[in-house]
Design a binder for this molecule. Structure first.
Ligand code: SAH
Length: 242
């Protein structure tokens, strides 16, 4: 486990107190990298008050205006969500999540993405995640306070770090492509599928979401993504010649 490569990403947080409480829990567990995507109110006195001494984590927090920016350079992205989705990546519990983070963080940047207090993460945001992580709460009352969810995940990461979960674990031989490389690939794929008519904008039937799920599950490395993009480019070239 290398916490220096692990970032906690909070998307669209409404209550600044939750940001402070999340920062506190992170620091308690040894995590320091906080990224805030379009927080409603930040910096804010309530955040500082609830951070209770973790103001250094708050001061170092990076504020960005899109999830894409927040995921810059990440090769493993985990979406932390209370809800099961129709089309989502494979589901992990927090302990399995910590094992993934332990292995990948040795070599590459990892992001754990938390949703809004009101509505969690939307489909587009979940589609950027390799895995969905659900804390196994009671189904009929499953939604935790945001900072509590951050604390539970951070605690599992700490347990894994203390247990030396990654010792002897082979780091991925070729790290998966970055979030940016995958975003360019999906854009390219969509362009080609629109051009060939396979993707009908009038009736998209979740095709792109299903394809994202398929490729995210495979976690292709950079070389493999280049091959896929080469195939797409060859289709474009073929079409322009015929
Ligand atoms: N009403 C929202 C709940 C948001 S709670 C919804 O239905 O999605 C705010 C955030 O806390 C969530 O987006 C998620 O990141 C985290 N969270 C809350 N409960 C969770 C649970 N049981 N498992 C995983 N994450 C949870």
């Amino acid at each position: 486990m290398n916490f220096a490569n692990v970032r906690m990403v909070l998307v669209g947080t409404t209550h600044p107190g939750n940001i402070g409480a999340a920062a506190r829990a992170m620091k308690n567990m040894g995590l320091r990298r906080l990224v805030l995507v379009s927080p409603l109110l930040f910096p804010h006195a309530e955040a500082t008050a609830r951070a209770a001494g973790a103001d250094d984590v708050l001061a170092a927090a990076q504020v960005v205006d899109s999830l894409e920016r927040a995921l810059s350079g990440c090769r493993l992205v985990l979406g932390i969500s209370a809800r099961r989705r129709g089309i989502a990546g494979p589901e992990l519990d927090p302990r399995q999540c910590a094992v993934q983070v332990a292995g990948h963080s040795l070599q590459t940047e990892v992001a754990l993405v938390f949703g809004r207090e009101s509505s969690g993460l939307n489909n587009d945001e979940m589609d950027r995640c390799h895995f969905l992580v659900r804390i196994p709460t009671e189904p009929e009352f499953g939604s935790l306070n945001l900072a509590v969810a951050v604390a539970i995940i951070a605690y599992e990461l700490r347990l894994a770090a203390l247990a030396g979960i990654d010792s002897g674990m082979a780091a991925p031989r070729r790290p998966p492509a970055t979030a940016e490389e995958m975003a360019y690939f999906y854009e390219h794929l969509q362009q080609v599928l629109l051009a060939t008519g396979f993707l009908n904008p009038a009736n998209p039937r979740q095709l792109m979401r299903r394809l994202r799920r398929l490729f995210n599950r495979a976690q292709p490395d950079q070389n493999e993504v280049n091959i896929l993009r080469g195939i797409l480019a060859s289709i474009q070239e073929y079409r322009s010649r015929h």
